[in-house]
Design a protein around this ligand. Structure first.
Ligand code: BGC
Length: 437
């Protein structure tokens, strides 16, 4: 033991987040087994939900309205697809689902379906005013069962979001009715998962894209499956895996505590280990539990940070993962604000745990992408690219490159990669509307 921290316990905690190369490969194998089981209609933690959409050609054109309901934000855009993978955003509105200053919180437990869809319709009406729209695409970032491309029944909410009176209902019906109440008579021609949207937006620009993945508030991946075919067109279909629900993973004691206190214990296990909604919470729980055990001194259980779930933003982990001085200063300021005594040792402790949490997330995502690429190798092409979107890829330094480095080591040189797609969830909705026109 040195100073005020029990370094042995700290190291044990870091080790409990570690995933070595062989464990990572085993995880990839288990992920692939779950994909195969789900595709064969057998019991699996993955879902392989059909989207009824195939890959775009890249030549799609026209003016479309795109709605993107994510885990933290609502975006509505009027987009012109110009062909050759090009597009232009004509108009857009973006709103957080939670705005204390604006006096609303659509993530609150008392919110019902009518209210959330009313909010979506209100923003859509603003964007559509005066616009010439050839169709409406709706990116809905939650699991749904689809029998066709323009309707989908909500299976359940995720990401600690849970508007009432909505489960089992058709998302297109709820949206169309809310739009009708605002005087707009339009039905979405495509309802898609955000991973499918990122895939479509990626593939619109680059035909070697074989999958789409999100790591933002939530996590998920879709894949172009060679065996699931789109109707008479007999083209491979985009399949939403609901990868965030992958559960054959080793949990440590803090993962278990986090999971127990969520809206959906036992579900979305992978998501709870890799996505923006949960990584800050995992750090908070690790610090709180070790503080309770006296591993580090200066812990005061009455402080808001320890009593208030989700009070550690995943952005904090971003500061820890980078060596820039400015980030050290941000972390110091954050520690001070939250009543964590500023000392070199506390600083080191938070940094070690934060980094361990991120490194594990990088390896778990890389493992799932290894499985996806192996599945996609059934398409004989020179390379396989996964289109990605979401705050972790965009803002967390070293996150995307960390995954890419692992993939480069696991596959022949120059054959695999990730590509970040800006506005993927919205552009993909426009491409989907164009495909179904
Ligand atoms: C949802 C997925 C979604 C992902 C990313 C998860 O919580 O279940 O449908 O694709 O978040 O937004």
């Amino acid at each position: 033991m040195s100073g005020i921290i029990n370094w042995t316990i700290l190291e044990e905690a870091v080790a409990s987040y570690r995933l070595d190369r062989s464990e990572m490969r085993n995880t990839a194998q288990r992920f692939q087994q779950e994909m195969d089981l789900a595709l064969a209609g057998k019991n699996s933690s993955l879902k392989m939900l059909p989207s009824f959409l195939a890959a775009p050609s890249g030549h799609e054109r026209g003016n479309y309205t795109a709605i993107d309901l994510g885990g933290s934000n609502l975006r509505v855009m009027q987009i012109e697809l110009l062909g050759q993978g090009q597009y232009r955003i004509i108009k857009q509105i973006s709103r957080s689902l939670q705005d204390p200053q604006g006096g609303y919180d659509y993530t609150a437990p008392e919110i019902n379906g009518q209210q959330i869809f009313g909010f979506i319709a209100e923003m859509t009406a603003k964007v559509m005013e005066g616009a010439e729209s050839q169709g409406l695409g709706f990116t809905f970032s939650y699991p749904m069962n689809q029998q066709k491309v323009d309707s989908g029944r909500l299976i359940r909410w995720t990401k600690e979001f849970n508007p009432r009176d909505t489960i089992g209902r058709d998302v297109a019906d709820m949206l169309s009715r809310a739009l009708w109440l605002k005087g707009i008579e339009i039905r979405p021609s495509a309802i898609i998962n955000d991973t499918a949207a990122v895939f479509l937006a990626g593939c619109y620009q680059d035909s070697s894209v074989c999958a789409g993945s999100i790591c933002g508030t939530g996590h998920n991946t879709c894949v172009l499956d060679p065996h699931s075919l789109v109707g008479a067109r007999c083209q491979p279909m985009i399949v939403n895996m609901e990868a965030g629900n992958f559960s054959r993973l080793p949990l440590n004691c803090w993962d278990r505590i986090l999971n127990q206190d969520t809206e959906d214990p036992g579900q979305q296990i992978m998501e709870k280990m890799v996505s923006g909604k949960y990584l800050g919470e995992l750090l908070r729980i690790t610090l709180r539990e070790t503080g309770e055990k006296g591993v580090w001194s200066g812990y005061d259980r009455e402080l808001r940070i320890w009593t208030q779930p989700y009070s550690v933003d995943t952005r904090v982990l971003g500061w820890l993962y980078s060596d820039q001085v400015v980030n050290k200063e941000l972390l110091d300021h954050w520690m001070e604000l939250n009543g964590i005594p500023l000392s070199e040792e506390n600083h080191q402790m938070i940094t070690r745990w934060g980094r361990a949490i991120i490194q594990r997330a990088i390896k778990l995502l890389a493992a799932s992408y290894m499985a996806v690429i192996k599945h996609s190798r059934q398409f004989n092409q020179p390379g396989w690219v996964i289109a990605v979107d979401g705050a972790l890829f965009k803002y967390l330094p070293g996150f995307m490159s960390g995954i890419e480095d692992i993939l480069q080591e696991e596959f022949p040189p120059q054959t695999v990669g990730l590509t970040y797609i800006d506005d993927g969830s919205s552009v993909g909705a426009a491409v989907a509307a164009a495909l179904t026109k």
